[in-house]
Design a protein around this ligand. Sequence first.
Ligand code: PMP
Length: 455
Amino acid sequence: MSDTSRPSNLAAVDAAHHIHPFTDMKKLNAEGTRIIERGEGSHIFDATGKKYLDGFAGLWCVNIGYGRTEIAEAVARQMNELPYYNTFFGTTTTPAALLAEKVCAHAGAHFNHVFFTNSGSEANDTWFRMARVYWGAVGKPTKKIVIARRNAYHGSTVAGASMGGMKYMHEQGDLPISGVVHINQPYWYAEGGDLSPEEFGLKVARELEEKIDELGEENVAAFVAEPIQGAGGVIIPPATYWPEIARICKARNILLVADEVICGFGRLGEWFGYQYYGVEPDVVPVAKGLSSGYLPIGGVLISDRIADVFINEVGEFNHGFTYSGHPVCAAAALENLRIIEEERLVGRVRDDIGPYFAKAWGSLADHDMVGEAVSVGLMGALQLAADKKTRRRFAKPDAAGTAVRNHALANGLVLRATSDRMLASPPLIITHEEVDTMVRIARQALDAVWQERRA
Ligand code: PMP
């Protein structure tokens, strides 16, 4: 919206009427909101004209960057032709069918079917039901429990928030619901103690086996995990973790669900995060990068083993959303995937900008306040530490992270803080120079906060 059409009291209008997600509204209204007005490439601009390098791709999603007129045009074409039709009663639309084909084409030979949703949360709530329906249909109706991880994020709907491992979410609304249990996460820096990362990776993976034994294999439907935990702090698991998890899921006949809402569509330098880790899940919830955030769309990919049962045994799956496979959102997603393919953005992350980012971001590890500076592809974290030699963390980790984030923001860089980890997830089109700028501003912010804390 241009200056002329934006009312001068917009912040007050927002404060009066708009409840924001995951936001302390009293605090926000006292401090005032930032109005984001436009975006171009890897940058966003606020209503005062201030320019920010978006080191977070919106909310881990604007993979192709801002301002792609091709998507606006594809959306306008579809809007004019058919703004909406459902996919319920024996009908489909061209973009929905073509998108289903294209998503599956990148997912590997054993993925040939997708169920569309509007978000990552809905994708997780969708497969939560699907998993139980699947086991019921193959004669194992007691297999109902889902094992998830502490400090995971799987969305804000009821099953998604239950499977997520965020205590502060569970506290609101009596979650988790029954049938969801949690095991530990592979967060070596904070929880690995004296073990090597490899030993710790195996140890926490084997908690899955122990939990299955405790619950009884006949009662467990699935294990769900993000290839790399995003909102939990870009927790990159030790190399031993994923192969062991995959082995256990197979041996114990439980579904492996890779929540690819963040990692999917190129972020780790492969189309999907499970390809980076070399494992084969059964179920893959997706969203975000599917449309690069240009319009809301998500989905659940199911492997042939599950699709066969749904098609041949289940009959009607009594589940769906008015906007499942929405033609305009699907058109945006199709154009987004076309751009990712044409510009070879996935290979660019793997071979060019990912390694460049790893080196530049990794150079921050020499900072006194940084305990580790890690990344895979274009997903990175800085662990803040009060004493990096002993891995001692700040007494008030949230305050340290917030201070670094606010310094970076004041200097024109969007980074996210989860407790005392600084998170980066820039658009896949970010340039080498922009990565240098990110790292320079991040270092300035670290310097400033380190000085303040020692003063
Ligand atoms: N799963 C993961 C791994 C996510 O990171 C998110 C969102 N950050 C979700 C699910 C939920 O997606 P949405 O916000 O689109 O509902």
